[in-house]
Design a protein around this ligand. Structure first.
Ligand SMILES: CC(C)(COP(=O)(O)OP(=O)(O)OC[C@H]1O[C@@H](n2cnc3c(N)ncnc32)[C@H](O)[C@@H]1OP(=O)(O)O)[C@@H](O)C(=O)NCCC(=O)NCCS
Length: 202
């Protein structure tokens, strides 16, 4: 169950205290913006070809410290509401992944849409972290960003774990963008998922 932490920082009962910069927290993790000091841990967590395989080419592989520094600087330069967050374990404040709701680029007719993107470090796979993070962040965003109408996510063909995350969090599979992408020299389909305000109770 997600808890809003805008006003009162929560504690987990362990030595690690959830910082007041967290936008929400669950029993497993909290979400907060990355800070420059996170770059080393973030690059170590992200530096895995098994993550890059299912992500767009702008996700570097290998993922260096400089890549993390420039990603964090970029995130912190965005106009509010910038919605890219690190996922930190509640127990130790360890970087477990990233989840973001990015504004669409291009035509202003898409201003009510945000694109969901995410990854979890491999050592944390299969623990329900991303299902919980997507559920909590999308509901938080619908409650806190009045202009938000739709969250969409595109998934490379064959990325069953990601499809499961989306289905479990209420996204509707809207169609297949046939042969939309070429990744690592292979042409493949891309699956389109959407979640609109009316799909969730906030
Ligand atoms: C996709 C990803 C974010 C999932 O994170 P996670 O925290 O492990 O996800 P969860 O534990 O919340 O749920 C994973 C679900 O996928 C299922 N799953 C995992 N591997 C699977 C596979 N090969 N086939 C089918 N289902 C699979 C799990 O069983 C679980 O579903 P269940 O609860 O019904 O059993 C993670 O695997 C990842 O970072 N992958 C690489 C980057 C990526 O693909 N990003 C998304 C791009 S669209």
């Amino acid at each position: 169950m997600a808890t809003q932490t805008n006003d009162t920082p929560a504690t987990t009962g362990t030595p690690h205290t959830i910082p007041p910069t967290a936008i929400l927290a669950t029993e497993k993790f909290y979400l907060r913006r990355y800070e420059p000091a996170d770059a080393e841990a973030m690059s170590a967590a992200a530096n895995d070809p098994e993550l890059a395989k299912y992500l767009r080419s702008r996700f570097p592989s290998p993922y260096t410290l400089a890549d993390a520094q420039s990603f964090i600087a970029h995130c912190n330069s965005l106009a509010p509401p910038a919605l890219t967050f690190g996922i930190f374990t509640a127990e130790a404040g360890e970087v477990a992944g990233t989840v973001s709701l990015e504004p669409p680029k291009g035509d202003p007719i898409y201003s009510g849409t945000r694109e969901l993107g995410y990854w979890v470090a491999r050592k944390f796979w299969g623990q329900g972290i991303m299902t919980e993070a997507v559920k909590a962040l999308t509901r938080w965003a619908f409650a806190n960003v009045p202009e938000l109408l739709r969250v969409e996510a595109t998934v490379f063909e064959g990325n069953k774990a990601s499809e499961r995350v989306l289905v479990k969090t209420g996204f509707v599979k809207e169609g297949t963008r046939r042969m939309a992408i070429v990744k690592d020299g292979k042409a493949m389909n891309e699956e389109m998922f959407g979640l609109i305000r009316a799909d969730v109770q906030v």
